[in-house]
Write a protein that binds this ligand. Structure first.
Ligand code: FE2
Ligand code: FE2
Length: 331
């Protein structure tokens, strides 16, 4: 409905309804590392996979505003408040780029939101955990945004052009988010005993859910192979998880905080850190809706959506008025 950076909305349904391209031709384009653009013909499965992934990503960005937004009014200083507000606004912006990217595939933004609200589409399970103390804000920035970066940097090379380009900007902002989280934790872990204990407690609670952000292990991730073949996904869940662990362990040492895993140890032979077994039954429970904050997050989102209806109506009325004036001027 509103113009965006990617393409004019009117052209998109044509793409969606275009005949299937020759699959071998399409695969050759992917294998040559070319980008697929909104007006290009694409297999329906490719389009659907992307819409689902981009929508889930967009939903995660805007639901992710809630656990941190809860601390804006309680930030310990004006400086911390200003930084946190900027960070939460960035996440709204990420949602915006991503809904716009989904629209280039013929998806309707209002419909995607309906699907989020009635549970047909998901968002990242990590946002179903509560933010109990100020240290959780540091930990989310450090671990959750850190994991998001590891997931999203390869998406900058995703075969679908609008998604890949949106990710470049998102990753730059995520890098700021990760550093601000690290800096909060660094201050706490070098503060009083009580502050250090608060930081350690937050890390203890967020570490395992952060590892689960990469999804189930490769043998339990049936759609991964097709996404890899299509150049949507570049690395497997387990590869990305390992990369995150390898990146994070030295940072935890710099913070003077312990990661809650007795099996965490450098493996000289593999050139990676070994880590303990992940209890994925927790992830599957949270996905099913049984996490600590699922109901609260959805109730808040639906309420915010209903309360914002007047703003969407006003924007449409304003756009219609100006379109009518332009038409009059042309006539
Ligand atoms: Fe984000
Ligand atoms: Fe972020």
């Amino acid at each position: 409905m509103y113009g965006n950076d990617f393409t004019a909305p009117g052209t998109q349904t044509a793409t969606a309804s275009a005949a299937e391209p020759d699959l071998e031709d399409f695969q050759r384009i992917i294998d040559a590392d070319s980008r697929v653009e909104p007006r290009d013909r694409m297999p329906e499965g490719y389009r659907k996979t992307l819409v689902r992934q981009i929508a889930q990503h967009a939903h995660s960005e805007i639901i992710g505003m809630q656990p941190e937004g809860a601390w804006i009014s309680r930030a310990p200083s004006l400086r911390r408040k200003a930084i946190l507000m900027a960070k939460v606004q960035d996440e709204a912006g990420h949602g915006l780029y991503l809904y716009a990217a989904a629209e280039t595939l013929g998806a309707d933004r209002a419909e995607l939101l309906d699907m989020l609200h009635d549970g047909r589409q998901k968002y990242s399970s990590i946002f179903n955990y509560p933010t109990l103390t100020w240290a959780d804000i540091g930990t989310i920035g450090w671990l959750v945004d850190g994991a998001a970066i590891v997931n999203q940097v390869p998406l900058c090379r995703c075969s679908y052009g609008p998604y890949a380009r949106a990710m470049i900007r998102v990753c730059k902002e995520e890098s700021f988010h990760q550093r601000q989280g690290f800096e909060i934790l660094h201050t706490l872990s070098h503060g009083t005993e009580a502050q250090k204990a608060m930081a350690q407690d937050a890390v203890d609670r967020w570490w395992w859910p952060s590892l689960m952000m990469f999804g189930p292990s490769d043998d339990q991730s049936p759609n991964s192979a097709q996404s890899m073949a299509w150049g949507i996904k570049r690395f497997s869940n387990d590869e990305l998880r390992q990369r995150f662990v390898d990146m994070t362990v030295p940072q935890a040492e710099a913070l003077g905080l312990t990661l809650p895993d007795p099996d965490l140890a450098w493996n000289e032979e593999r050139g990676h850190y070994d880590f303990g077994e992940i209890d994925f039954s927790e992830l599957f429970e949270v996905i099913k809706g049984n996490g600590p904050c699922n109901a609260e997050r959805m109730a808040h989102r639906v309420r915010a959506h209903e309360q914002g209806a007047w703003a969407r109506d006003a924007a449409v009325a304003y756009a219609d008025k100006h379109a009518a004036r332009r038409a009059e001027a042309v006539a």
